[in-house]
Design a protein around this ligand. Structure first.
Ligand code: FES
Length: 477
């Protein structure tokens, strides 16, 4: 992609002006000026940056989300690092039953709040995969902010639907859809509703009921997907307002047995616990930190991301590249290693005090980043603990699903108190494998719909021990 772009004055922020030309900047803080990921260099023109006017005489680095063009036209240089990530070679991985080797080519999509992953299946083998940050991120980094935006008016709802479809279409174009027989999509309930253009507002208030939990099979054209118009698109059914098709897919893929718990470690951490009295489920709002968003040097688990930090400080970087950021598993190792070596206090403060923790040249974590990580780990640990308390049983095995869980070092997660001391099994992106399985075997849909009726939902905020468990979870043992 070329790096110098000409824009015209139309009053909007530079991020939006560039987006119209197909240049999608990384806007993970939704244009609030905090993440500093949308850096560009102004080359010419007269600009309003924050509240000051600048005629550009020499190149000037700015945040695109904080500046508007005042002159009729201007030019801007966009570094590759400021573009939203669209690479993903590490997503289609799971420990589940082999996928069906039918003669058809199908596509499965894991529609996450923060990231979207897609893979193409041919004869039981993954032949292509792609991933990107969900372009809905510009409307907020969690499902609640998406619900709030969608509820503003029909145009806002349409924006969210279009943003998800745009991202999916980009992935479909990368995968190629020429011979595709079917597409299946798995996501949390809010994502599924938005995909179908439905207002999820009812989920935002008690009794948190979605307008529907199952979705009709639709032709690709009716969802504006970039695929042959008649290709059927299936959507995994949802369990409740906050337990979606993604965790249902994980349940189907892993075949939970009594005593086993499945946690999908996404922005919205969904948990199912198979007990002697049936299946119980809950959701913990972990936020997007472990998926690389809301953290200044955060990245998805893609080449260039630090995925591990060893006790001696040595780093593992995905793809053996020069480190350009840190992904969720690396952040968990960071908390464990820096706490064990006394460089972090139990409150997550740097010791000795410093503005940031240097991990690699150009890769740092600030105390406010660390605060986000502690909130995410507290949400996950409190969710697991309170669900067990509600059920009066303890899980013997904990299966971890989700893209970032793939690289997770279980001992580090236990050390920082994010996970209990149980047998941990990393099962990978079961939402994506479940979508692929449904795409290959559409006759599974009624079975999935029947499963979606089974779990009993436990609402964490009404559980007496949740607040204390969350507050305790903010500390580093
Ligand atoms: S989107 Fe511009 S600073 Fe975050």
């Amino acid at each position: 992609m070329k790096s110098v772009w000409e824009v015209r004055c139309d009053g909007q922020f530079l991020t939006a002006a560039l987006a119209e030309q197909g240049v999608i900047l990384d806007q993970r803080c939704n244009g609030s000026g905090r993440c500093r990921r949308c850096r560009v260099t102004l080359l010419s023109g007269r600009w309003l940056v924050e509240d000051r006017e600048y005629p550009i005489a020499e190149p000037m680095e700015v945040l695109a989300c904080r500046c508007r063009l005042l002159s009729p036209s201007g030019t801007v240089m966009v570094p590759e690092d400021s573009l939203t990530e669209t690479t993903g070679h590490t997503l289609a991985s799971w420990h589940a039953a082999p996928l069906p080797a039918t003669g058809e080519t199908v596509i499965g999509i894991d529609l996450g709040t923060t990231t979207i992953a897609a893979a193409k299946l041919q004869h039981g083998r993954i032949v292509a995969e792609a991933g990107a940050f969900n372009r809905q991120n510009r409307y907020g980094d969690n499902v609640i902010s998406r619900i709030v935006h969608a509820g503003k008016n029909p145009a806002a709802l349409a924006e969210l639907t279009a943003a998800a479809i745009e991202t999916i279409n980009e992935l479909l174009q990368q995968l190629g859809t020429g011979s595709v027989a079917r597409i299946a999509i798995s996501g949390n309930t809010v994502m599924a509703l938005l995909l179908h253009g439905m207002d999820p507002s009812a989920i935002g208030a008690a009794p948190f009921l979605p307008p529907c939990r199952t979705f009709p099979v639709k032709p690709a054209a009716s969802l504006a997907l970039a695929a042959p118009p008649d290709v059927p698109v299936l959507t995994l059914p949802c369990i409740s307002g906050y337990l979606g098709g993604d965790i249902l897919a994980g349940w189907r893929e892993t075949g939970l047995r009594p005593g086993e718990m499945l946690a999908d470690l996404g922005t919205n951490c969904e948990i199912l616990f198979c007990t002697s009295r049936g299946i119980f489920g809950t959701t913990a709002a972990a936020g997007p930190a472990f998926e690389g968003a809301a953290i200044a040097c955060g990245r998805r688990a893609v080449p260039g991301a630090i995925s591990h930090i060893a006790a001696d400080g040595s780093l593992t970087v995905i793809g053996n590249e020069t480190p350009r950021g840190i992904c969720g598993s690396g952040m968990i190792d960071f908390l464990a290693v820096w706490r064990a070596t006394g460089r972090l206090t139990e409150f997550g403060r740097l010791d000795p005090p410093a503005p940031t923790a240097g991990i690699a040249p150009g890769v740092t974590l600030s105390e406010s980043d660390i605060e986000q990580l502690l909130k995410a780990k507290a949400a996950i640990s409190a969710g697991i603990q309170v669900l067990e308390e509600h059920c009066g049983e303890t899980a013997s095995r904990l299966k971890l699903a989700g893209g970032f869980a793939r690289y997770l070092e279980p001992d580090s997660a236990k050390q920082i108190g994010m996970l209990p001391d149980r047998t941990i099994e990393i099962v990978g992106n079961t939402s994506l494998s479940g979508a692929l399985r449904l795409a290959a075997e559409p006759e599974l849909l009624p079975q999935l719909e029947a499963m979606s009726d089974e779990p009993t939902e436990v609402l964490l905020n009404t559980e007496p021990g949740f607040e204390d468990a969350f507050i305790d979870g903010l500390l580093l043992p």
